[in-house]
Design a protein. Structure first.
Length: 280
């Protein structure tokens, strides 16, 4: 391995054999100069055994860390699937529609987070989330979880081919889960046809634009998201404004459109409450 150096100098690594036959890693520096018009060279060798051992230790630690992180994501995914199954079993023990609705929504949120861990585990990239793949799979998963005929309600997904930090991807996934699930549950009456669109794009300024819209029944007259009793919509507002430091605009005209805008550089975490009622 040769390093870039000033002119008339070269640095490279090699293995020298000791008298006992073992190999000694060395760094060789070669210098070239002229004496009386003749080109001469001078080479010095430096023992780099400790440096090579440190480099190997770093590589070994990185490999172990990657293996550990893969195992953690795998176990978290499996544990979340167990919790989801328990909620599903619990829902089958009651005929109370409100209880079933609460358990189903909790299961959907858990499945969204589990999907993130699944994608991270399968992709090998443990720090970034492929949003095009994730949102496509999430929307398909939600359509399958609701009693919706695909020929009656069209699913339109337009997502930028971009990777998000996991911390941002989790919030975006939960927001889409709430809004898409809300539309599937409330926007279209029995037999009504329509479409639901999810769009996630980046503007020229680098701002992220997220839009979830439908052409269904719209929101109730006088609806105010700041006063809603719906945990799902309240959760959307918290995640967007408090965690992503974003802006939300709700338009109810021939359906409902949630327009959201945020920067991708964000941090934070929060705890969330419990659902006691639903609005549409």
């Amino acid at each position: 391995k040769v390093r870039n150096t000033p002119a008339k100098e070269a640095i490279f690594e090699a293995n020298q054999r000791r008298k006992d036959g073992t190999l000694l890693p060395v760094e060789i520096t070669g210098k070239f100069f002229e004496i009386d018009g003749e080109l001469r060279s001078l080479a010095t060798a430096r023992d780099i055994t400790e440096r090579k051992a440190a480099e190997e230790q770093i590589k070994r630690s990185l490999r172990e860390k990657n293996v550990l992180m893969h195992e953690i994501h795998h176990r978290v995914k499996n544990n979340l699937q167990v919790v989801s199954s328990l909620l599903s079993m619990q829902a089958r023990t009651t005929r109370n529609k409100e209880v079933i609705d609460v358990l189903s929504k909790s299961q959907s949120r858990i499945n969204t987070i589990a999907l993130i861990h699944t994608q991270l585990y399968e992709s090998g990239n443990l720090s970034e989330l492929n949003m095009k793949e994730f949102v496509g799979t999430l929307s398909e998963q939600l359509f399958q979880s609701y009693p919706v005929n695909d020929t009656r309600i069209a699913r339109i997904v337009n997502v930028t081919d971009r990777k998000f930090p996991v911390s941002v991807g989790v919030y975006v996934g939960l927001i889409i889960n709430e809004l898409l699930g809300n539309a599937l549950q409330h926007a279209f009456g029995e037999g009504k046809e329509g479409k639901i669109e999810v769009s996630l794009t980046a503007s020229d300024s680098g701002r992220i634009n997220l839009r979830v819209s439908d052409d269904g029944v719209g929101l109730p007259p006088g609806f105010d998201i700041d006063k809603t009793r719906s945990l799902g919509l309240h959760l959307v507002k918290i995640l967007l404004e408090d965690q992503l430091q974003g802006k939300l605009e709700v338009v109810s005209d021939g359906g409902v459109t949630f327009n959201m805008e945020f920067d991708i550089e964000c941090n934070g975490g929060s705890s969330y409450g419990e659902d006691k009622n639903t609005d549409r």
